[in-house]
Design a protein around this ligand. Sequence first.
Ligand SMILES: Cc1cc2nc3c(=O)[nH]c(=O)nc-3n(C[C@H](O)[C@H](O)[C@H](O)COP(=O)(O)O)c2cc1C
Length: 258
Amino acid sequence: MIFNFFLLFFILRSVLYIKVLAPMAGICNGDFALKLIPYGFDTVTLGGFNIDKLSIDAGSKIIKRGRKEFNIPYSKIISFIDDEASKVKNNSDAQVSVNLRSVNPDRIIEVSKLESVDIVEINCHCRQEELQRISCGQAMLERPDLKDYIKKVVDNSDAQVSVKIRGNVDDVDTLAISKLIDDAGADYLHVDAMKPGIFDADYDLISKISNNTNIFIIGNNSIDSLDKVHKILNAGADGFSIARAAINGKLNFDLNDI
Ligand SMILES: Cc1cc2nc3c(=O)[nH]c(=O)nc-3n(C[C@H](O)[C@H](O)[C@H](O)COP(=O)(O)O)c2cc1C
C-alpha cells in the first residue's frame, strides 16, 4: 500500500513537472525556441520583451551600449510577440511563455489576450541599470505595489501568470517575496536561484520556498546536466529552466531522457 503510494507520487511528479527554456533577451525568439524543443523542452519562454514606452526607451539605451535586446517600437511589439508565439504554436506542441518588462500591468494584460500566448511572465529579474531606474526588472522586487501589480494581472489575464524573480538580491527577502507572489495568486514562481560568485544554484533557497509556499516553482540557475536537473527537482522545484546551456541553439544533454 505504502509502496503503491510512493510509486504513484513519483509517476505523477514525472508527468507534472515542466521543462522550460528560460528567456534570453535578443536571443529567444520563435525560430530559436523551435531549435531547442527537440531536446525535450515542453515550455519555451520568448523574450524578454520591452512592452511599454518606458521599458522600450530603456531597451534603446541598453542596445546603445552593446547588449542584445528585442527592441520593437511600441505600436508593433504586440503583433511581433503574436507572430513569434504563433510560429512556435504552429510548429510544435510546446507551451509558450512570454517574459515581459513593463512598468505598469496593463500592457501585460493586453499581451495575455493573444491566443498564441499560454503564459505571461512578469519580469522581476533583469538587473540592467536602465530598467531598474524605471522600477522595472529586478527593481520590481522592491516596489511597494508589487502585490497589487501581480494581482491586477492575475485577475484580468486570459493566460496563466508566471513571475520571474532573481533570488539572493541584497536587501530583498526572497522567501517573503515568494509568499507575496503566492498570495497574489500567480500560477508559477520562476526563481533564478543564483548564488553570487558561484556557478551553481542555491538549492537550499529552492527548498525553503518549496517548504513555505504552495506555488508551482520553476527552479533556475546553472543547469547544464541531467544531474543538476535532478538536484533542483529533488530540492523541491516542480519544474526547471535552462538558459546559458542552450545559448548556442543546442543542448549537450537530452531532456527526453528524464
Ligand atoms: C543573454 C541572456 C539574456 C537574458 N535575458 C533575460 C530576460 O530578458 N529576462 C529574464 O527574466 N531573464 C533573462 N536572462 C536570465 C536567464 O533567463 C536565467 O535566469 C539566467 O541566465 C540563469 O540561468 P542559466 O544558468 O540556465 O543561464 C538572460 C540570460 C542571458 C544569458
